[in-house]
Design a protein around this ligand. Structure first.
Ligand SMILES: Cc1cc2nc3c(=O)[nH]c(=O)nc-3n(C[C@H](O)[C@H](O)[C@H](O)COP(=O)(O)OP(=O)(O)OC[C@H]3O[C@@H](n4cnc5c(N)ncnc54)[C@H](O)[C@@H]3O)c2cc1C
Length: 375
């Protein structure tokens, strides 16, 4: 074998690249990590503004049921007790999410689980009756699916406008399968996630990623696809960029949905909205959510930073956020995957290389599966 300077070239300093780099360096492998951005961390990157860790690529809340993953990340950061409990703002009225006894009280004034179930069942019965009159046997679109699951009041106030903004299409034009279930809880519990472990790394995600990369060489603002000579430096490659780009889009572009963020420092405003996440569920407000970053870490700073989040149609060149797992894109991905499987010295991992929406814990799980056997 040719003697190379590094054992692994890792393309991408996001969570997958960083966790892989840590696991590999731990068992003595020499790693070079490159990223085309001017910072490490990929989409979990946080930047300090007036002492507040701003989640530059959208709100990131770590949650998992996997103790191995939780123990793994806790080596690199102390996690706080943050619990995601978003608020919905519908035409100025506030509701707790996910749908629970607080939401039902705010919506209908019901105070006990029995009253809430009765009210929800009445709403569902009205929908069943409407379906019967109109000869609908199975929900034909997202609207009918949501109506069947939670009835009209919740659908109209908390689902319709938000979903239409997210997808840029009417709920009646979206397929029913997008919403498989709409969990409802008959307890006064606003915790969005059901996972056993949850929190935010104290000091931000960037500091956590820095620790994972401690024993690697790092080069930023280096686009691997424009610098293929880097291949000569390492025997193996871990590639975490877009899979279609790796193969020069030879079968065409994979599609994504994207979001854009309008971030603002509000000087002298100590507390803008009293919660980290407020969803705007009406159709008229152009943004989907407002994030107030300081609340992720219970900040006491005199100023605050907020980000308004807009859902956008993706065009080639835009930041790829959410893969569109429809038939066309899934088939296209399979074609690229077949090629990827033939690259014996390259490991394709993470959300872009596997064209898969991965929560952070799943990214870590994937890196552990791939590299923990070596450790
Ligand atoms: C808006 C939003 C909110 C989210 N919120 C949550 C949440 O609350 N909880 C949760 O668990 N998960 C959340 N996620 C998911 C989370 O962001 C991902 O799990 C995680 O970022 C994936 O890490 P990754 O390393 O696979 O990809 P990335 O973070 O995208 O890292 C890939 C890196 O590769 C680099 N790269 C790509 N191509 C090249 C190239 N040619 N040369 C050099 N470098 C390259 C990129 O610049 C990037 O830094 C959210 C995702 C989004 C989009």
């Amino acid at each position: 074998m040719v003697n190379t300077k590094y054992d692994y070239l890792i393309v991408g300093a996001g969570l997958f690249g960083a966790a892989s780099a840590y696991l590999l360096t731990k068992q003595g492998k020499r790693c070079l990590v490159v990223d085309k951005r001017n910072h490490i961390g990929g989409n979990v990157y946080t930047e300090q503004v007036q002492g507040i860790n701003v989640h530059q690529y959208g709100a990131h809340i770590f949650h998992t049921n996997n103790k191995k993953v939780w123990d793994f990340v806790n080596q690199f950061a102390e996690f706080n007790r943050y619990t995601n409990s978003p608020i919905a703002n519908y035409h100025g009225k506030l509701y707790n999410l996910p749908f629970n006894m607080n939401t039902f009280y705010q919506m209908w004034g019901v105070k006990t689980p029995v009253e809430a179930k009765e009210r929800l069942n009445e709403e569902r019965a009205t929908i069943r009756e409407m379906f019967r009159r109109e000869g609908i046997t199975e929900p034909r679109n997202l609207e009918e699916q949501a109506l069947q699951l939670v009835g009209r009041s919740i659908y109209e106030a908390l689902i319709k406008g938000y979903t239409e903004k997210q997808w840029g299409r009417k709920c009646t034009e979206l397929p029913a399968f997008i919403i498989k279930r709409l969990p409802v809880r008959f307890t006064f519990d606003n915790n969005y996630f059901n996972d056993r472990y949850q929190g935010i790394p104290v000091g931000g995600y960037t500091a956590m990623i820095e620790k994972m990369l401690i024993n690697c060489d790092i080069r930023l603002e280096v686009d691997y696809m424009l610098h293929r000579e880097l291949d000569a430096l390492a025997a193996n490659v871990v590639y975490t960029g877009e899979i279609d780009r790796y193969f020069d889009y030879r079968f065409g572009h994979l599609e994504y949905r994207t979001v854009s963020f309008e971030t603002e420092l509000l000087k002298g405003v100590e507390n803008y909205q009293g919660n980290a996440v407020v969803n705007y569920t009406d159709a008229e407000t152009p943004y989907t959510r407002v994030i107030e970053h300081k609340h992720f870490e219970f900040g006491q700073q005199p100023d605050t930073v907020i980000s308004r989040e807009y859902s956008k149609e993706w065009q080639p060149g835009d930041e790829p956020y959410y893969p569109v797992n429809d038939e066309r894109n899934s088939m296209l991905y399979q074609k690229y995957k077949t090629l990827a499987d033939q690259q014996s010295h390259v490991i394709f991992g993470g959300r872009l290389a596997e064209y898969k929406y991965y929560d952070m814990d799943k990214v870590i799980e994937r890196a552990l599966e791939q590299f923990a056997p070596f450790v």
